[in-house]
Design a protein around this ligand. Structure first.
Ligand SMILES: CSC[C@H]1O[C@H](OP(=O)(O)O)[C@H](O)[C@@H]1O
Ligand SMILES: Nc1ncnc2[nH]cnc12
Length: 286
């Protein structure tokens, strides 16, 4: 039986989801190792949800140390079909002010030290990623921002950097010249892996700072971020709650069939061990 239908990944500043009822914790072990923390399962607005603190409760894991594969695979094991990601980001445009929320619809990859696929070890698959987030979740987030009274913006490009250091000014200006909107360190791998796991995924990116490009202003520091993060987290809790209540039960997107034409490997050539490891993703196709 499904333990949860909707997953929430809480980033910097969102380490719990208040308002859950029938709350219990569950540690999930996956073929890819252990997730960032125990999942907090419960009900919110009548929907079964699973909450995961991305960096672990107490913020113990660097972006590079996150086991993205375990986090997403564990969501799949719990039965999750939609993941709502909440993240802190720096702004790369004057118009995106601290406390604004942006729902990115594109990513640029500046990471280099991460596992970003469930495939390999004898099975090759290439999922489409031209539209990397689920439009249904993004628009539900957007409407929820409007309801709560938070500035929410639909669309934008999220640069995913490796970190943990913030960008140099030259990098920040380079991303601005590319037309990117916001910068963070965590969301691209989650989006890729969720797509491979056929789970809908979208991000609500909460602006905390102007990174280091803005002349006449201090460069981003963690204490500056933390000050804004508290207001953002309290708004995020409200927006997520409204979004969950409004999330359609039916699906009109293609996220749930992402693997349909993606597997290239001759079925007979897939090693039994790999087949078994990925059974949760592959059973419906093999
Ligand atoms: C708080 S400073 C940088 C840190 O915040 C963002 O985390 P998350 O995406 O989990 O909210 C950013 O990606 C960095 O990990
Ligand atoms: N300026 C920034 N760069 C990268 N990640 C961030 N998260 C919050 N602000 C950030």
């Amino acid at each position: 039986m499904k333990k949860a239908e909707i997953g929430i990944i809480g980033g910097s500043g969102l380490y719990a989801m208040p308002g859950l009822t029938d709350v219990r914790e569950e540690r999930v072990t996956t073929p890819f190792g252990d997730p960032s923390d125990a999942f907090v399962l419960g009900e919110l607005e009548g929907r079964k949800v699973a909450f995961l603190a991305r960096h672990g409760r107490g913020h113990r894991l660097l972006p590079t140390e996150l086991n993205f594969r375990a986090n997403i695979y564990a969501m799949k094991m719990l039965g999750v079909e939609r993941i709502l990601s909440v993240s802190a980001v720096g702004s790369l445009k004057e118009e995106h002010k601290p406390t604004d929320f942006v729902m990115p619809d594109q990513f640029i990859d500046r990471t280099f030290a991460r596992e970003s696929t469930f495939f390999g070890e004898g099975i090759v698959a290439h999922v489409a990623f031209g539209d990397p987030v689920c439009a249904t979740i993004s628009s539900t987030f957007q409407k929820a921002c409007d309801t709560v009274g938070v500035v929410g913006k639909s669309g934008g490009t999220y640069v995913c950097m490796e970190g943990p250091q913030f960008s140099t000014r030259a990098e920040s200006n380079l991303y601005r010249s590319w037309g990117a909107d916001v910068i963070g360190m965590t969301n691209l791998q989650e989006a890729k892996l969720a797509r491979e796991a056929e789970i809908c995924y979208a991000t609500m990116a909460m602006v905390t700072d102007y990174d280091c490009w803005r002349e006449g202003h201090d460069d981003v520091t963690v204490d500056q971020i933390v000050a804004v993060m508290h207001q953002n987290s309290s708004n995020a809790e409200k927006v997520v709650r409204v979004a969950i209540a409004a999330m359609p039960t039916e699906k009109a997107c293609a996220c749930g069939n992402a693997l349909k034409y993606a597997i290239l490997t001759d079925r007979k050539a897939i090693p039994a061990e790999t087949r078994q490891k990925l059974a949760l993703l592959l059973d419906k196709y093999l």
